[in-house]
Design a protein around this ligand. Structure first.
Ligand SMILES: Nc1ncnc2c1ncn2[C@@H]1O[C@H](COP(=O)(O)OP(=O)(O)OP(=O)(O)O)[C@@H](O)[C@H]1O
Ligand SMILES: [Mg+2]
Length: 315
């Protein structure tokens, strides 16, 4: 199969849309203290928006289900998503603030973060029902854990009942109703998240961890291992480690989100799991060679060039 731009169905992303406000400080202030910062940047973020942007850049037809506030941040975030080609028909404006992350970073990289979910907290099960046709008509649905757990559960049941392929990126890790796992096509934790769901401190054997996660009932596990690649495991017996592409990493922020966007584009294009995983890994590898989350995400042409250079095209 070649990486042609064949017509594919919608990828629906149900998730967070945030503005990250990043202050560079000599020292993170203690309670009651004021310190002077020496730099400030704003970045579009939120795992939902990140995965939507990743998939859209990689040639996916992406529709976002989410909420932003009626404020300047919301305005800007919607404009950015629109510029990237993400369909916003199911993104609503909500009274109150857009989701924000207030991040203070010390010179050696240590940070402290306050996340205010804002409008993301209003992404209710009823909101999913209001956009039921989009969910049920999607070729694949992507969700993460920056929206209410009740919404994730509701979405999982809806997708499960109607056979809609659902991919859950369990970040940030938190307890989930047991039923959720059974409705997932793919569960895509990194090592820390996998350890959380297995009730362990760390992962020592990734293949064994993936096998144990499968016993929660999802059809497939993609265990992301950073520069060591990913383990793909399925109920029907696949157990495969795909290595990462060797690159000079400068900033791994949103590598996982880029991987998920690429994986969804590959799977909805009808490629095999291995082909989709390799495409995702190539996209994520390019993203770690550049700074930032959304600005670091590559286009499809860039990914195809990398795959070609490495002798992976035609697949
Ligand atoms: N240093 C690296 N070099 C090459 N590829 C990388 C590197 N780091 C990450 N990747 C690619 O990105 C994929 C996902 O990365 P990682 O395991 O760090 O996800 P994550 O922890 O979920 O990231 P995120 O911060 O976006 O949530 C890896 O499987 C790999 O393909
Ligand atoms: Mg992640």
């Amino acid at each position: 199969m070649s990486l042609g731009q064949e017509e594919t169905g919608w990828i629906a992303v149900v998730g967070s849309i945030n503005m990250d406000l990043v202050a560079s400080v000599e020292r993170i202030p203690a309670a009651g203290e004021t310190v002077r910062g020496w730099g400030f940047q704003t970045h579009p973020g939120g795992k939902g928006a990140n995965q939507a942007v990743a998939a859209a850049r990689l040639g996916g037809r992406v529709r976002m289900l989410g909420k932003v506030g009626r404020d300047a941040a919301g305005e800007l975030l919607l404009a950015r998503l629109q510029d990237t080609g993400v369909d916003l028909a199911c993104v609503a404006r909500e009274d109150g603030p857009t989701g924000v992350a207030l991040i203070s970073v010390q010179p050696e990289g240590e940070n402290s973060i306050v996340v205010v979910p804002g409008a993301n907290a209003a992404l209710t099960p009823e909101f999913v029902d209001a956009h039921r046709e989009t969910v049920l008509g999607a070729a694949m649905v992507l969700v993460q854990l920056e929206v209410p757990i009740a919404t994730v559960e509701h979405l999982a049941v809806l997708c499960g009942q109607h056979g809609v392929p659902l991919v859950l990126d369990p970040a940030p890790a938190q307890r989930l109703p047991e039923e959720v796992f059974r409705h997932l096509l793919w569960f895509t934790p990194n090592e820390t998240e996998a350890a959380f769901y297995l009730g362990e401190q760390t992962i020592t054997d990734a293949e064994q961890a993936a096998r144990r996660l499968l016993s929660l009932g999802m059809k497939g596990v993609a265990l992301k291992l950073g520069a060591r690649g990913v383990v793909l495991a399925t109920q029907d017996g696949t157990m495969e480690r795909l290595p990462a592409f060797e690159v000079e990493a400068v900033d791994t922020t949103a590598a996982g989100d880029t991987w998920n966007g690429g994986f969804a584009v590959g799977l909805t294009s009808g490629w095999s799991v291995k082909e989709a995983g390799r495409f995702a890994a190539a996209a994520a590898a390019i993203s770690v060679t550049r700074r930032g989350a959304q600005p670091s995400m590559p286009t499809r042409e860039e990914v195809e060039r990398l795959l070609q250079r490495q002798g992976h095209l035609p697949l």
